[in-house]
Structures are given as C-alpha cells and as structure tokens.
Design a protein around this ligand. Structure first.
Ligand SMILES: [Zn+2]
Length: 95
C-alpha cells in the first residue's frame, strides 16, 4: 500500500493513496473502510489455513468516495438488468 507522510501536510500524519482516484487521504476510518482481524482468527494464505499470530488492521485500497461510486454503478447495472427482465416478462418472452 502506498503510505506516506506528505511533506506538504505533515500535520495530517500518515496518508494513503487511493488506487482508483489517486488522491491522498489521512489514514483514518473517516476516509477508508477498515477490516480488523483478531489474533487467533483462522486465516488463509497460499492455499494453507493457519491461525493468525498478530492482529491485522486492513485499510481498503479504494477510498470511501470511490467505494460509494462503485456501489452506485453496481446498483444502476442491477436495476437496468431488472428492468430488461420485467420488460421481457411483460412481452411474454423468456430470457
Ligand atoms: Zn478514491
């Protein structure tokens, strides 16, 4: 992950770069979705299952704004497909 304290904004602390929009955002759950994995939780890597030794805090690679864009695109695509299916049903066609 691309993580740095930007020389122009040292007061914001470490910042992370979004892989989609390319913007830098402070490493904070306000800007990123976070997944936390506790120690002792089963984990899978390279086809093997093992017990995690240390807790892990994983920040998503795209920022919250890009996640929202993606969710909206998926919603639009889903509803468009639903409209096509409803139209086909109304016409008595099967698809
Ligand atoms: Zn982004």
């Amino acid at each position: 992950m691309t993580l740095a304290v930007l020389p122009a904004e040292p007061e914001l602390g470490p910042q992370k770069r979004c892989t989609v929009c390319g913007d830098w955002w402070p490493l904070d759950p306000e800007f990123w979705y976070v997944r936390r994995y506790a120690a002792g939780e089963p984990a899978t890597a390279r086809g093997r299952t093992y017990s995690r030794h240390t807790p892990v805090v994983h920040f998503y690679s795209r920022c919250r704004a890009c996640w929202a864009d993606r969710a909206h695109e998926q919603y639009v695509a889903r509803s468009a497909r639903a409209h096509v299916r409803a139209y086909m049903r109304a016409c008595g066609e099967t698809a």
